[in-house]
Design a protein. Structure first.
Length: 154
């Protein structure tokens, strides 16, 4: 193959692949999932730290305390004081969702209470995927049924 035809033609590597849209100078392409525009409750644009906190909070759904604190920061106004109050609100939400129960269970050696507190906190976390919430609800129902049957046998 002569060099001129190789340079002017299409490269075999790119054949069959969908073409990516190219932005012209001065034109902006649509944002990707990670760049999706987000507006705070007060109408301001979030900073880089808030966008990071939002993405991390969504991805750390299985650690409900960390997830709620990060989502609280992400939903706060764009200043440091509001970020601290948002983090505190996230922590308080985690405590109300089941962390307190898990902590008391750990202190008393009641591992069933630890597991129940953790599962409740994960289930009530807004970042937890719906399929996980459904699965945890079904497991919780099955454990409750097994406990009731075991108590009925005694």
């Amino acid at each position: 193959m002569p060099i001129s035809s190789a340079v002017s033609g299409h490269f075999p590597i790119n054949q069959g692949l969908p073409q990516q849209p190219v932005a012209q100078p001065g034109q902006r392409t649509a944002p990707t999932r990670h760049e999706a525009y987000h507006v705070n409750r007060d109408g301001t644009q979030p900073g880089k730290f808030q966008r990071f906190a939002a993405e991390a909070g969504k991805n750390l759904w299985f650690i409900p305390g960390m997830s709620n604190v990060l989502l609280g920061i992400a939903n706060a106004k764009s200043n440091g004081e509001s970020a601290v109050s948002g983090a505190l609100a996230g922590f308080n939400k985690t405590c109300a969702d089941g962390f307190d129960q898990a902590l008391v269970g750990a202190a008393t050696g009641d591992y069933k209470a630890v597991a129940k507190g953790y599962f409740d906190a994960v289930r009530k976390n807004e970042a937890t995927p719906g399929s996980v919430k459904t699965g945890l609800h079904e497991v919780s129902d099955a454990v409750g049924l097994a406990t009731a049957l075991r108590a009925g046998k005694s």
